[in-house]
Design a protein around this ligand. Structure first.
Ligand code: MF3
Ligand code: CO
Length: 261
């Protein structure tokens, strides 16, 4: 069942997403070669709790941390660890959920660490552009497949591949609600989007092949060919004419300054 949100509920979602956006900025401040993903996790959890939120990935189906920190060939659900030290040239996808006022926020951002190769920067740029192209389709009367098509078309034209094993989702009082939001699809296919649907749109895009495997920790998804992958995610509300973006990259991009792509 798809829960349509009222304007009041959408404002609550915006509030939890604002806290999430500020948390991503704190993570961005802490990102440098030599830092461990466990250190990033600690600072994020502290920041969320200090600001009246709950890090809602922690404990979700047994997931052990606040952040998912997926480095290089890791696509999603990388578990923060004291053993994972970031190095110059890495990329790291940071994905998290924040619960506040009874509503879950969900957003992710892939950061370059130090100097990253041109082709990997192009992967990041393309994935973020694809997210915004998908969001452009999240308007009343369009269909779910329009979102997936926009994302897939943009990435495949640039010879990147779209992960099939993980998808976006509805979001609200639960972290994962219906419908599934695929990052691939056909124009005009799928359910009709209605005003008040709230969706987490999250392309996961690979430099090489789209196939992924789960590591022995039971969570970490990485590319089979061990080439890097990127992941950007924003939660949005479907509205007539233009999607309402509820998550925000504005804080994180202030921190990135000139490194913002
Ligand atoms: N933020 C993720 C998503 O986009 C959820 C993470 S699953 C968890 O759906 F188990 F790590 F919490
Ligand atoms: Co999500």
């Amino acid at each position: 069942m798809i829960f349509l949100k009222t304007d009041e509920e959408i404002e609550l979602l915006r509030e939890s997403n604002d806290l999430l956006g500020r948390t991503l900025a704190e993570v961005a401040k802490g990102l440098k070669p030599g830092v461990t993903t466990a250190q990033l996790d600690t600072l994020a959890e502290q920041f969320i709790r200090d600001n009246g939120g709950i890090p809602s990935c922690k404990g979700f189906e047994g997931y052990p941390a606040t952040l998912c920190t997926s480095v290089n060939e890791q696509v999603v659900h990388g578990i923060p660890s004291e053993k994972t030290v970031l190095r110059d040239g890495d990329i790291i996808s940071v994905d998290l959920c924040v619960l506040k006022n009874g509503f879950h926020a969900d957003s992710a951002y892939t950061f370059p660490v130090g100097e990253v190769s041109d082709e990997v920067m192009e992967l990041l740029r393309t994935t973020k552009q694809a997210l915004y192209l998908g969001i452009e389709q999240a308007v009343t009367g369009h269909r779910l497949g329009d979102i997936g098509f926009a994302i897939q078309n943009h990435c495949e034209r640039r010879h990147f591949s779209v992960v099939r094993d993980f998808v976006g989702h509805g979001i609200g009082r639960s972290m994962h609600e219906e419908p599934e939001v695929c990052n691939f699809g056909r124009r005009g296919n799928g359910i009709v989007l209605k005003t008040g649907m709230t969706l987490a749109i999250e392309p996961m895009i690979c430099l090489g092949k789209k196939d992924v495997v789960i590591e022995r920790d039971g969570w970490t998804a990485r590319t089979v060919d061990r080439k890097p992958a990127a992941h950007y995610e924003l939660s949005v509300a479907v509205k007539p004419g233009k999607a309402d973006i509820l998550s925000t990259f504005k804080y994180v991009e202030q921190v990135l300054g000139e490194r913002y792509i």
